[in-house]
Ligand binder design. Structure first.
Ligand SMILES: Nc1nc2c(ncn2[C@@H]2O[C@H](COP(=O)(O)OP(=O)(O)OP(=O)(O)O)[C@@H](O)[C@H]2O)c(=O)[nH]1
Ligand SMILES: [Mg+2]
Length: 361
């Protein structure tokens, strides 16, 4: 799964990127950098931790989210066509958009709009996404109008249907509504998928707060009443420092600071949730893995994500909920209690399933 981190200049994108990926991207860049930063974050999952003692594996492998940290586009935001070209391509490729807004006070860090106002900045960024979509839709509508001129009667129907759909899309965008959650028929949704519209993507808003506001993080998330947007508040600078420490030291620091549950873990979990993935687990004495698949994925296909042989030679899967297995303490005990379900290739994998794939190639 790919998430793109975007936001106004100096909102803390690279800081957040370093925190989630435990990376060392350049912070306090000046907005102009040739290459985006790319890295991977591990998804913390208590269920995976609970499964480890059952298999006593050599490795415990968490699910991952790929993050790309994009420098603001050279044209800047706040005007139409801010998002275009290569920048647009990056955003179109992402499964989830993470918008960082600045809420920390620091006179040494200049804000592009001269004042700290996370609500305004969130609106600015969401508006930019809508502008980018309007561009795409209007360009396509112009092309369709052209193609209608020389079209044969047999082609006109399809063109006019697309025109009508895009007109509906434009109407929504014009009144400031995003496409995420819009009631389109499956056929229309499929057609729209091909356009890579940004407001159709899940959005996570990260409110980058100062250390002094850590106690009010939960309250600050409630300021943002944005439909279909998940909000997480965290202190980017602090999370970046914590990410460089070893786990024990980090836990101690968190406790001392009252930083509580990691805003970062919450953000990564939200990225995951927003993309509507289910997490399932596999285990043996070599490794215990958390893996992801789009909701509704059938068992054989999910098994193919583990190894292509598993899909080709899929016979059936033994399935048990991770919590049930952890409670049993061993696979043998789960079997004894009759808790292992036998599921066929069309079984839709559920969040939290532990899968043992039986296959034959
Ligand atoms: N006090 C404070 N400063 C922060 C925080 N997060 C980021 N900063 C500072 O803000 C400045 C910009 O941070 P970056 O992470 O480089 O921001 P960016 O959005 O990647 O910036 P550009 O890539 O230039 O657009 C740096 O000086 C950071 O140290 C924070 O939570 N608290
Ligand atoms: Mg940066």
């Amino acid at each position: 799964m790919d998430a793109a981190i975007i936001g106004l200049p100096r909102s803390g994108k690279s800081t957040l990127f370093n925190a989630v990926t435990r990376g060392a991207a350049q912070v306090a860049g000046y907005g102009v950098r040739a290459q985006p930063n790319v890295g991977v974050a591990k998804v913390a999952d208590a269920r995976l931790d609970a499964l480890a003692p059952i298999y006593r594996p050599k490795r415990v492998v968490p699910a991952e989210v790929s993050y790309i940290d994009l420098p603001p586009p050279p044209e800047g935001f706040g005007k139409t066509r801010g998002i275009s070209g290569e920048y647009l391509n990056h955003l179109q490729r992402a499964d989830v958009l993470v918008i960082v807004v600045r809420a920390f006070d620091d006179p040494a860090v200049v804000h592009v709009d001269d004042s700290v106002d996370p609500l305004r900045d969130a609106d600015t960024m969401l508006l930019e996404l809508a502008f980018a979509d309007l561009e795409i839709v209007e360009r396509r509508l112009a092309r369709l109008a052209d193609s209608l001129k020389g079209a044969r009667a047999s082609e006109r129907d399809a063109v006019m249907k697309e025109q009508a759909l895009l007109a509906r899309v434009k109407e929504r965008l014009d009144v400031g509504e995003r496409l995420r959650g819009a009631p389109f028929s499956p056929d229309d949704a499929r057609l729209l998928d091909g356009f890579g519209l940004l407001t159709a993507k899940p959005v996570i808003l990260v409110v980058n707060i100062g250390e002094e506001h850590l106690g009010a993080a939960a309250e600050m998330t409630s300021w943002f009443d944005l439909p279909m947007v998940e909000v997480a508040a965290l202190c980017g600078a602090l999370e970046m420092d914590l990410a460089q420490m070893d786990p024990a030291e980090e836990a101690e620091m968190r406790q001392g600071l009252g930083a509580g549950e990691s805003g970062l873990d919450r953000m990564i979990a939200l990225s995951h949730k927003a993309a509507d993935l289910v997490t399932f687990f596999t285990g043996n004495d070599n490794e215990v893995c958390a893996r992801t698949a789009p909701r509704g994925t059938e068992a054989a296909r999910a098994a193919g994500r583990i190894h292509s042989d598993f899909e080709r030679g899929f016979i059936r899967a033994e399935v048990i909920g991770a919590a049930d297995l952890a409670e049993c303490g061993s696979v043998a005990e789960a079997r004894r209690r009759g808790l292992l379900r036998q599921e066929g290739r069309a079984y839709q994998v559920r969040d939290g399933d532990v899968l043992n794939v039986l296959f034959n190639v």
